[in-house]
Design a protein around this ligand. Structure first.
Ligand code: AVJ
Length: 310
Protein backbone atom coordinates (compact mmCIF):
# COMPACT_ATOMS: atom_id res chain seq x y z
CA UNK A 1 0.00 0.00 0.00
CA UNK A 2 3.11 2.17 -0.21
CA UNK A 3 2.01 3.78 -3.45
CA UNK A 4 2.91 7.43 -3.08
CA UNK A 5 5.41 7.77 -0.32
CA UNK A 6 6.79 11.25 0.22
CA UNK A 7 7.91 11.76 3.77
CA UNK A 8 10.16 14.56 4.95
CA UNK A 9 12.44 13.65 7.84
CA UNK A 10 11.05 15.50 10.87
CA UNK A 11 13.27 18.17 12.39
CA UNK A 12 14.65 17.27 15.80
CA UNK A 13 12.50 17.35 18.93
CA UNK A 14 15.37 19.16 20.69
CA UNK A 15 16.19 21.90 18.16
CA UNK A 16 13.77 24.51 19.53
CA UNK A 17 15.18 24.10 23.04
CA UNK A 18 18.35 25.92 21.98
CA UNK A 19 16.44 29.01 20.87
CA UNK A 20 15.87 32.16 22.91
CA UNK A 21 12.18 31.29 23.33
CA UNK A 22 12.11 27.55 23.90
CA UNK A 23 9.61 25.52 21.91
CA UNK A 24 8.88 21.98 20.69
CA UNK A 25 6.84 21.39 17.54
CA UNK A 26 3.39 19.99 18.33
CA UNK A 27 3.94 17.21 15.80
CA UNK A 28 6.14 15.51 18.42
CA UNK A 29 3.11 15.07 20.68
CA UNK A 30 2.00 12.05 18.66
CA UNK A 31 4.27 9.14 19.48
CA UNK A 32 2.47 5.92 20.41
CA UNK A 33 1.78 7.01 23.98
CA UNK A 34 0.79 10.52 22.85
CA UNK A 35 -1.60 9.21 20.22
CA UNK A 36 -3.26 7.04 22.87
CA UNK A 37 -3.54 10.02 25.21
CA UNK A 38 -5.07 12.10 22.41
CA UNK A 39 -7.66 9.34 21.86
CA UNK A 40 -8.51 9.67 25.57
CA UNK A 41 -8.75 13.45 25.21
CA UNK A 42 -11.42 13.04 22.54
CA UNK A 43 -13.62 11.27 25.14
CA UNK A 44 -13.20 13.89 27.88
CA UNK A 45 -16.31 15.82 28.98
CA UNK A 46 -14.43 19.14 28.50
CA UNK A 47 -13.15 18.28 25.02
CA UNK A 48 -16.30 19.07 23.03
CA UNK A 49 -14.60 19.14 19.60
CA UNK A 50 -14.64 15.50 18.53
CA UNK A 51 -18.18 14.64 19.54
CA UNK A 52 -19.55 17.96 18.30
CA UNK A 53 -18.00 17.47 14.87
CA UNK A 54 -19.30 13.90 14.65
CA UNK A 55 -22.78 15.16 15.50
CA UNK A 56 -22.58 17.93 12.88
CA UNK A 57 -21.58 15.36 10.26
CA UNK A 58 -24.42 13.05 11.22
CA UNK A 59 -27.03 15.81 11.35
CA UNK A 60 -26.23 17.24 7.92
CA UNK A 61 -26.38 14.17 5.72
CA UNK A 62 -28.32 15.95 2.98
CA UNK A 63 -25.41 18.39 2.61
CA UNK A 64 -22.92 15.54 2.14
CA UNK A 65 -25.31 13.74 -0.19
CA UNK A 66 -25.36 16.80 -2.44
CA UNK A 67 -21.56 17.06 -2.35
CA UNK A 68 -21.33 13.44 -3.51
CA UNK A 69 -24.00 13.73 -6.19
CA UNK A 70 -21.73 12.11 -8.79
CA UNK A 71 -19.13 9.30 -8.67
CA UNK A 72 -16.48 10.64 -6.30
CA UNK A 73 -13.22 9.96 -4.53
CA UNK A 74 -13.03 10.87 -0.85
CA UNK A 75 -9.49 11.83 0.19
CA UNK A 76 -8.84 12.15 3.90
CA UNK A 77 -5.83 13.99 5.34
CA UNK A 78 -4.54 12.38 8.54
CA UNK A 79 -7.09 9.60 8.52
CA UNK A 80 -6.09 7.88 11.79
CA UNK A 81 -8.80 5.34 12.56
CA UNK A 82 -11.19 7.01 10.06
CA UNK A 83 -13.92 7.15 12.73
CA UNK A 84 -15.65 10.25 11.35
CA UNK A 85 -15.26 9.07 7.79
CA UNK A 86 -17.45 6.07 8.55
CA UNK A 87 -20.34 8.50 9.00
CA UNK A 88 -19.88 9.56 5.37
CA UNK A 89 -19.20 6.04 4.05
CA UNK A 90 -22.27 4.67 5.88
CA UNK A 91 -24.75 7.26 4.63
CA UNK A 92 -23.56 8.65 1.34
CA UNK A 93 -23.71 6.89 -2.01
CA UNK A 94 -21.35 7.66 -4.88
CA UNK A 95 -18.14 7.42 -2.83
CA UNK A 96 -16.43 5.01 -5.19
CA UNK A 97 -12.90 5.49 -3.88
CA UNK A 98 -11.57 6.29 -0.45
CA UNK A 99 -7.97 7.49 -0.15
CA UNK A 100 -6.86 7.75 3.49
CA UNK A 101 -3.54 9.57 3.86
CA UNK A 102 -1.59 9.04 7.06
CA UNK A 103 2.00 9.30 8.17
CA UNK A 104 1.86 6.07 10.18
CA UNK A 105 2.26 3.31 7.62
CA UNK A 106 1.48 0.50 10.03
CA UNK A 107 -1.64 2.13 11.41
CA UNK A 108 -2.76 2.99 7.88
CA UNK A 109 -2.34 -0.58 6.63
CA UNK A 110 -4.52 -1.87 9.51
CA UNK A 111 -7.20 0.74 8.88
CA UNK A 112 -7.30 -0.03 5.16
CA UNK A 113 -7.64 -3.77 5.79
CA UNK A 114 -10.45 -3.28 8.29
CA UNK A 115 -12.33 -0.75 6.16
CA UNK A 116 -12.05 -2.86 3.02
CA UNK A 117 -13.82 -5.67 4.87
CA UNK A 118 -16.62 -3.36 6.02
CA UNK A 119 -16.98 -1.59 2.67
CA UNK A 120 -16.18 -4.18 -0.03
CA UNK A 121 -17.77 -2.07 -2.78
CA UNK A 122 -15.51 0.95 -2.16
CA UNK A 123 -12.03 1.04 -3.69
CA UNK A 124 -9.74 1.86 -0.76
CA UNK A 125 -6.19 2.93 -1.47
CA UNK A 126 -4.08 4.17 1.44
CA UNK A 127 -1.32 6.70 0.87
CA UNK A 128 1.43 6.69 3.48
CA UNK A 129 2.70 10.26 3.51
CA UNK A 130 3.23 13.37 5.59
CA UNK A 131 0.40 15.38 4.04
CA UNK A 132 1.97 18.64 5.20
CA UNK A 133 4.66 18.03 2.57
CA UNK A 134 3.96 17.95 -1.18
CA UNK A 135 2.48 14.58 -2.19
CA UNK A 136 0.75 13.13 -5.23
CA UNK A 137 -2.58 11.37 -5.50
CA UNK A 138 -3.19 8.11 -7.33
CA UNK A 139 -5.06 8.36 -10.65
CA UNK A 140 -8.70 8.88 -9.74
CA UNK A 141 -10.00 8.39 -13.28
CA UNK A 142 -11.91 11.62 -13.65
CA UNK A 143 -13.93 11.16 -10.48
CA UNK A 144 -14.90 14.23 -8.46
CA UNK A 145 -12.34 14.73 -5.70
CA UNK A 146 -13.50 15.66 -2.22
CA UNK A 147 -10.80 16.38 0.35
CA UNK A 148 -11.84 15.69 3.95
CA UNK A 149 -9.79 17.44 6.65
CA UNK A 150 -11.72 17.08 9.92
CA UNK A 151 -10.76 17.46 13.58
CA UNK A 152 -9.72 21.11 13.43
CA UNK A 153 -6.22 19.89 12.64
CA UNK A 154 -5.85 23.02 10.47
CA UNK A 155 -5.67 24.83 13.85
CA UNK A 156 -2.14 23.50 14.45
CA UNK A 157 -0.79 25.43 11.44
CA UNK A 158 0.41 29.00 11.83
CA UNK A 159 -1.88 31.24 9.72
CA UNK A 160 0.67 31.63 6.90
CA UNK A 161 1.33 27.89 6.91
CA UNK A 162 -2.39 27.16 6.74
CA UNK A 163 -2.64 29.35 3.64
CA UNK A 164 0.32 27.69 1.96
CA UNK A 165 -0.93 24.25 2.95
CA UNK A 166 -4.43 24.79 1.53
CA UNK A 167 -2.82 26.31 -1.59
CA UNK A 168 -0.90 23.04 -2.06
CA UNK A 169 -4.08 21.04 -1.58
CA UNK A 170 -5.80 23.30 -4.10
CA UNK A 171 -3.13 22.43 -6.67
CA UNK A 172 -4.19 18.75 -6.49
CA UNK A 173 -7.77 19.70 -7.42
CA UNK A 174 -9.77 20.99 -10.36
CA UNK A 175 -12.83 23.22 -10.61
CA UNK A 176 -15.81 21.25 -9.33
CA UNK A 177 -13.78 19.49 -6.63
CA UNK A 178 -14.43 20.37 -2.98
CA UNK A 179 -12.94 20.54 0.48
CA UNK A 180 -14.73 19.61 3.71
CA UNK A 181 -12.87 21.34 6.54
CA UNK A 182 -13.59 20.97 10.28
CA UNK A 183 -12.74 23.99 12.45
CA UNK A 184 -13.00 24.81 16.13
CA UNK A 185 -14.70 28.19 16.60
CA UNK A 186 -13.70 31.24 18.63
CA UNK A 187 -15.83 31.29 21.78
CA UNK A 188 -15.95 31.97 25.52
CA UNK A 189 -12.36 31.49 26.71
CA UNK A 190 -13.33 29.45 29.74
CA UNK A 191 -14.88 26.81 27.47
CA UNK A 192 -11.74 26.61 25.33
CA UNK A 193 -9.36 26.64 28.28
CA UNK A 194 -11.21 23.83 30.05
CA UNK A 195 -10.92 21.71 26.88
CA UNK A 196 -7.12 22.03 27.07
CA UNK A 197 -6.79 21.71 30.84
CA UNK A 198 -9.21 18.98 31.82
CA UNK A 199 -10.00 18.02 35.41
CA UNK A 200 -8.72 14.45 34.95
CA UNK A 201 -5.32 15.73 33.86
CA UNK A 202 -5.22 13.84 30.56
CA UNK A 203 -4.16 16.90 28.54
CA UNK A 204 -1.45 17.61 31.13
CA UNK A 205 -0.17 14.04 30.67
CA UNK A 206 -0.34 14.49 26.87
CA UNK A 207 1.80 17.64 27.12
CA UNK A 208 4.27 16.16 29.65
CA UNK A 209 4.66 13.09 27.46
CA UNK A 210 7.02 15.27 25.40
CA UNK A 211 9.47 15.09 28.32
CA UNK A 212 9.05 11.30 28.51
CA UNK A 213 9.72 11.13 24.79
CA UNK A 214 12.89 13.22 25.07
CA UNK A 215 14.06 11.01 27.95
CA UNK A 216 13.48 7.86 25.91
CA UNK A 217 14.83 9.05 22.57
CA UNK A 218 17.81 11.02 23.87
CA UNK A 219 18.83 8.96 26.91
CA UNK A 220 17.98 11.84 29.22
CA UNK A 221 16.49 11.66 32.69
CA UNK A 222 14.55 14.89 33.02
CA UNK A 223 12.10 14.82 35.92
CA UNK A 224 8.68 14.87 34.23
CA UNK A 225 7.21 16.50 37.33
CA UNK A 226 9.68 19.37 37.13
CA UNK A 227 7.37 20.83 34.47
CA UNK A 228 3.74 21.77 34.84
CA UNK A 229 1.09 21.94 32.16
CA UNK A 230 -0.06 25.45 31.21
CA UNK A 231 -2.83 26.19 28.70
CA UNK A 232 -4.39 29.59 28.00
CA UNK A 233 -6.34 31.34 25.27
CA UNK A 234 -4.40 34.08 23.49
CA UNK A 235 -7.31 36.17 22.24
CA UNK A 236 -5.28 38.60 20.12
CA UNK A 237 -3.80 35.67 18.17
CA UNK A 238 -7.07 33.67 18.27
CA UNK A 239 -5.40 30.55 19.58
CA UNK A 240 -5.05 28.34 22.62
CA UNK A 241 -1.43 27.82 23.64
CA UNK A 242 0.08 24.91 25.52
CA UNK A 243 3.33 25.27 27.42
CA UNK A 244 5.47 23.24 29.80
CA UNK A 245 6.46 25.51 32.70
CA UNK A 246 9.51 24.71 34.77
CA UNK A 247 8.72 24.48 38.49
CA UNK A 248 12.35 25.26 39.40
CA UNK A 249 15.70 26.39 38.01
CA UNK A 250 17.21 23.34 36.34
CA UNK A 251 19.83 22.23 33.84
CA UNK A 252 18.71 19.58 31.37
CA UNK A 253 21.32 17.15 30.03
CA UNK A 254 20.21 15.93 26.63
CA UNK A 255 21.95 14.62 23.55
CA UNK A 256 25.38 15.65 24.85
CA UNK A 257 24.21 19.21 25.52
CA UNK A 258 23.13 21.11 28.58
CA UNK A 259 20.14 23.42 28.51
CA UNK A 260 19.50 25.91 31.28
CA UNK A 261 15.89 26.39 32.26
CA UNK A 262 14.83 29.03 34.76
CA UNK A 263 12.03 28.64 37.29
CA UNK A 264 8.71 29.57 35.59
CA UNK A 265 10.36 29.58 32.17
CA UNK A 266 8.06 28.04 29.58
CA UNK A 267 8.58 25.69 26.67
CA UNK A 268 5.90 26.45 24.08
CA UNK A 269 4.54 23.12 22.83
CA UNK A 270 1.36 23.81 20.84
CA UNK A 271 -0.83 26.44 19.21
CA UNK A 272 -4.38 25.55 18.27
CA UNK A 273 -6.00 28.34 16.25
CA UNK A 274 -9.74 28.93 16.37
CA UNK A 275 -11.57 29.97 13.22
CA UNK A 276 -14.81 31.84 12.66
CA UNK A 277 -16.47 31.84 9.21
CA UNK A 278 -14.91 35.26 8.42
CA UNK A 279 -11.47 33.75 9.04
CA UNK A 280 -12.32 30.81 6.78
CA UNK A 281 -13.50 33.11 3.97
CA UNK A 282 -10.16 34.92 4.26
CA UNK A 283 -8.16 31.68 4.34
CA UNK A 284 -10.06 30.42 1.30
CA UNK A 285 -9.46 33.64 -0.60
CA UNK A 286 -5.73 33.37 -0.18
CA UNK A 287 -5.56 29.68 -1.07
CA UNK A 288 -8.00 29.30 -3.99
CA UNK A 289 -11.20 28.16 -2.28
CA UNK A 290 -14.61 29.75 -1.94
CA UNK A 291 -16.57 29.12 1.25
CA UNK A 292 -19.85 27.65 0.10
CA UNK A 293 -21.57 26.48 3.26
CA UNK A 294 -20.96 26.33 7.01
CA UNK A 295 -22.73 23.77 9.20
CA UNK A 296 -22.43 24.08 12.98
CA UNK A 297 -23.87 22.84 16.26
CA UNK A 298 -26.47 25.06 17.92
CA UNK A 299 -23.90 26.58 20.33
CA UNK A 300 -21.58 27.29 17.38
CA UNK A 301 -18.68 25.63 19.16
CA UNK A 302 -17.51 23.86 16.01
CA UNK A 303 -18.12 24.19 12.28
CA UNK A 304 -17.74 22.00 9.24
CA UNK A 305 -17.03 24.16 6.19
CA UNK A 306 -17.73 23.20 2.62
CA UNK A 307 -15.34 24.94 0.25
CA UNK A 308 -15.28 24.83 -3.51
CA UNK A 309 -12.32 25.18 -5.80
CA UNK A 310 -12.15 28.52 -7.60
C1 AVJ B 1 -5.54 17.35 17.13
C2 AVJ B 1 -4.76 19.55 16.81
C3 AVJ B 1 -7.09 19.12 16.75
O1 AVJ B 1 -5.75 21.31 18.90
O2 AVJ B 1 -7.54 20.48 19.77
C4 AVJ B 1 -5.91 18.43 21.98
C5 AVJ B 1 -4.73 18.63 19.68
N1 AVJ B 1 -4.02 19.43 21.95
N2 AVJ B 1 -5.61 18.82 23.23
C6 AVJ B 1 -6.45 20.35 19.23
C7 AVJ B 1 -4.89 18.83 21.17
C8 AVJ B 1 -4.46 19.41 23.21
C9 AVJ B 1 -5.97 18.94 18.90
N3 AVJ B 1 -5.82 18.75 17.42
Amino acid sequence: MKTHLNVKAPSNILSGLFEEKKWISSKFLYDEQGSQLFEQITDLPEYYQTRTEARILLENLSTWKSVFHEPSALIELGSGSSKKTKILLDHVKNIESYIPIDISEEFLADTVTQLQTSYPEIHIQGVSADYTQPFTLPDLKGKKKVIFFPGSTIGNFEPGEAERFLGNIRSLLEPGDELILGVDRKKDETVIEAAYDDAAGVTAAFNKNLITRINREHEASIDVESFSHVAFYNSSAGRIEMHLESVRDQVLSVGGHTIEVKKQERIHTENSYKYDPEDIIQLGRSSGFLLQRVVSDEREYFSVCLMEVV
